[in-house]
Design a protein around this ligand. Structure first.
Ligand SMILES: CC(C)(COP(=O)(O)OP(=O)(O)OC[C@H]1O[C@@H](n2cnc3c(N)ncnc32)[C@H](O)[C@@H]1OP(=O)(O)O)[C@@H](O)C(=O)NCCC(=O)NCCS
Length: 150
């Protein structure tokens, strides 16, 4: 990752940026803010969640989001990972994944799932590169983050 890239916890004022990297229109901003503040929960989500934004100097480059869950017997779910097109191929995705995996670990969340389309070559590549394995055609899993870190 470029040394000028910083990973910081998301703030309410990041909401527009969070929504801008996904499709879904105006309601999406409400959803992203709700996720950030805890008033919107994806299926099976529990209270704890984290969103981190990657900054390159004064520009937002991407973000990652994750929460505690009971889905598939997992303890955590990586909900979103998005890097703005202009910042792809620079290691931003790796840095964001590592940051949210650290958050899971520090919250004693060791078994983590992520939904990724089988055709999403870049997405699958970054998750595999960061220690995930295949659960089924649409889901990848970190079976025990403690083992990955050791
Ligand atoms: C997935 C995503 C976060 C990766 O970010 P990134 O900055 O492009 O990540 P990187 O460049 O570090 O790694 C992507 C890898 O996939 C490769 N890649 C990208 N597009 C590809 C394609 N169409 N075919 C083959 N390989 C591809 C890149 O070459 C790179 O591999 P390398 O490091 O071996 O060269 C970004 O592409 C993105 O935001 N996509 C849209 C949202 C998404 O799909 N999120 C993940 C699913 S939740």
């Amino acid at each position: 990752m470029h040394p000028k890239t910083l990973i910081l916890p998301a703030q309410p004022e990041d909401t527009q940026f969070l929504a801008s990297l996904r499709s879904g229109g105006y309601q999406l901003e409400q959803t992203m803010l709700g996720y950030l503040e805890g008033s919107y929960s994806p299926r099976f989500a529990q209270g704890d969640r984290a969103v981190f934004v990657a900054w390159f100097e004064t520009q937002r480059a991407g973000y990652v989001a994750g929460h505690r869950t009971t889905r598939f017997g997992c303890e955590g779910e990586l909900q979103w990972l998005n890097v703005a097109e202009a910042f792809r191929g620079k290691g931003v995705a790796d840095a964001l994944i590592q940051r949210v995996l650290d958050w899971f670990l520090s919250n004693s969340i060791f078994k983590v799932c992520v939904n990724v389309d089988p055709d999403n070559i870049a997405g699958r590549k970054v998750y595999f590169r960061n220690g995930a394995s295949e659960l089924d055609s649409h889901w990848l899993i970190w079976l025990d983050l403690r083992k990955k870190q050791s």
